[in-house]
Write a protein that binds this ligand. Structure first.
Ligand SMILES: [Zn+2]
Length: 637
């Protein structure tokens, strides 16, 4: 029996090897090109007229140049009419047009920089009593000229204050649950509402049950005179209508709850992820799984995967990946299967490990597409197959494979199998594909590094951040203009060091965020470097912590982020804000290490002025190029 199986596997292995493509520029099945990727534009925006040459350059920020002219007041942020998300203090920045003018905002003197720009962190003016509109009063003076202007923005809506006496008033907007939900019969549902401190509330059910609602620790607000009260019941008890009764003295208010439907009333329901399985698989088309409804991106599931639907929460659908894991996907990503559809039965068979030079495929036949997840260890990739029972008794791997050392597996739950793919070194990149009834984990080789010219022969993807979106500085420098200038210099410096460079954007037209890493993967780039300029969210004092930061997502990208951060800090001379883990779209791709650079803050007048100069753009680009080179130097084995 065993013998027969192994012979069959060997035969398939031969056929499979013969069909495998050799190393090609694009490592994954490409599918149709995304329509959104515009053709490369031949004319980049030149930022400097001089040719870029490697010469000792400026380190740190150049001084702000002087600009003297008539008053020309322009507030860049907050834009007129915007709704602030902070109501105590916030920043305001823009330009008065002349470095010799003076500026007062709400009576407070604000420093005007030599080029006429300003940035202030001020208390937000009090709103008018009737609405949430606030007005900044600006006064600019220069010689005998004075310009006064009012700049109006709005504030976030205030939570309702509830009076401590009189009729029982309830803020019904705080009642939960409010949206229609479909839940499993016995799962607990939290019912909560915000009430005046002196009131009581209970959950009342049609069968006459009255369940007191308890104040939550930390839910009381002395300023608003309110309390958050809560109770928890199984979903089935909210299936036939229920309401919250709020009582104070002889006054009471009844708040009906939406009727909950039960997910399991008609037996288990299954759905297929994504549209109908595509005839052309494309590893870039994934279905996002989240740990919470509306939460962060955590799982990247293959279109065609079948999963049990266990609940609806507004626009989010909860699915069961296995007996120990449920995740949320967007409702629009699911095609329900007819009632009576049997549960998927996934069995993983004998695995093969096939080296193709640039990568090694770990190929695990599974009877249906499994939900999967991957975790990286310092020298291993751990592939979890959810809803899958492993029956692997043979794993064949080559003694000469320089990427994969061995593969072990264990059954973690009845329906969760885990394959540990041990590597000869740290992971460099991987792809997961569904190919001819097998899950394929394609593990990428770390490139061979030339000791004296570490970037020789490598391909680096350079991503000039934005458009769409992007931030703007006090004198109107748009992030995407500066990032393109920096990216073009970075391209030059990387090419001087022997790399081929793929630009995700070469002109002013927008390139969608999700297309940028796809361009890099299809070019088989060895690193993805995204160039950005930072901004603070509302309410943060911009003078306290601005400077240079780097971002990574996959653990093996952390050394790249660290090297690039060191290069930028050395060249740009700004405060070192460190290296950050962040779940950003351009950092999630797995085929190559990726870094996102936030070299400077565009809203800081000195940094914006610097970013207008070829010298400071050059310092940014040079720091990144040196960091990328240093990273690959340390990869040399
Ligand atoms: Zn940006």
């Amino acid at each position: 029996m065993t013998r027969g199986v192994s012979q069959a596997v060997a035969t398939i292995a031969l056929i499979g090897t013969a069909c495998l493509p050799g190393p090609v520029p694009s490592p994954g099945p490409d599918g149709p090109a995304p329509a959104r990727i515009p053709p490369p534009e031949p004319t980049p925006l030149p930022v400097t007229e001089q040719p870029i040459t490697e010469t000792p350059s400026l380190v740190g920020l150049p001084p702000i140049p002087s600009v003297v002219g008539p008053i020309a007041l322009h507030v860049v942020y907050p834009p007129a009419g915007a709704r602030l998300s902070a109501s105590d203090s916030n920043f305001i920045f823009g330009s008065v047009g002349s470095g010799t003018a003076t500026l007062r905002i709400n009576g407070q003197t604000v420093e005007v920089k030599p080029n006429g720009s300003f940035l202030a962190f001020l208390p937000v003016p009090p709103p008018s009593p009737s609405d949430s509109i606030v007005a900044y009063e600006l006064e600019v003076a220069q010689g005998s000229d004075t310009v006064r202007a009012q700049h109006r923005v709005s504030l976030p809506p205030e939570p309702l204050a509830l009076p401590s006496t009189g009729p029982a008033i309830v803020d019904s907007a705080t009642l939960a649950p409010r949206s229609r939900m479909v839940l499993e019969r016995w799962e607990p549902v939290r019912v909560s509402v915000t009430i005046a401190s002196a009131a009581q509330a209970e959950l009342q059910l049609p069968d006459g049950a009255r369940l007191p609602m308890m104040p939550t620790p930390g839910g009381a607000s002395a300023a608003r005179g309110t309390n958050v009260v809560v109770t928890e019941v199984p979903a089935v008890r909210l299936n036939s209508g229920a309401w919250v009764q709020v009582v104070r003295g002889r006054d009471s208010v009844r708040l009906p709850l939406p009727r909950l439907a039960l997910a399991d009333s008609a037996g288990p329901q299954y759905a297929r992820l994504g549209a109908a399985p595509s005839t052309v698989p494309d590893t870039d088309r994934v279905i996002i799984g989240r740990p919470l409804a509306g939460g962060t991106y955590k799982w990247f599931l293959i279109p065609g995967t079948v999963a049990e639907v266990t609940g609806q929460f507004g626009t989010a659908t909860r699915i069961r990946l296995d007996g120990g894991l449920q995740v949320f996907v967007d409702r629009t990503e699911l095609a329900p299967l007819p009632p009576g559809t049997p549960a998927p039965r996934r069995v993983a068979g004998n695995a093969r490990v096939v080296n193709s030079g640039g990568w090694t495929d770990v190929r695990i036949p599974v009877s249906e597409i499994p939900a999967y997840s991957i975790d990286a260890d310092p020298q291993a990739l751990i592939l979890t197959l959810h809803g899958t029972t492993s029956n692997t008794d043979i794993i064949n791997f080559s003694s000469t494979d320089s990427i994969v050392r061995r593969v072990t597996w264990r059954q973690v739950l009845n329906d969760r199998a885990e394959y540990r793919v041990e590597l000869h070194g740290a992971p460099f990149g991987y792809l997961v594909m569904w190919d001819r009834n097998a899950l394929v984990l394609r593990v990428r080789a770390t490139p061979a590094i030339n000791a004296s010219r570490p970037l020789q022969g490598l391909t680096i993807a350079v991503d000039a951040g934005h458009p769409p979106a992007g931030t703007t500085g006090p004198t109107g420098l748009y992030e995407a203009v500066a990032t393109l200038g920096i990216a073009e210099r970075l391209k030059t410096y990387l090419e001087q060091r022997g790399a081929s460079v793929v630009m995700t954007r070469t002109g002013p037209s927008a390139v969608a965020l999700i297309d940028r890493p796809v361009i890099a993967r299809r070019a088989n780039a060895h690193a993805f470097v995204s160039v950005h300029l930072n901004a603070f969210p509302d309410g943060v004092n911009p003078f306290e912590r601005n400077g240079t930061g780097s971002y990574y997502f996959n653990s093996w990208s952390e050394p790249l982020a660290r090297a690039v951060q060191a290069g930028m800090v050395r060249r740009m001379g700004l405060r070192d804000l460190g290296v950050n883990y962040d779940n950003l779209a351009v950092l999630r791709p797995t085929w190559m290490p990726s870094v996102l650079c936030e070299g400077a803050f565009l809203m800081i007048p000195e940094q914006e002025a610097g970013l207008r100069t070829p010298e400071f753009q050059d310092a940014y680009a040079r720091g990144v190029a040196e960091g990328v080179e240093q990273y690959f130097r340390t990869l040399r084995r």
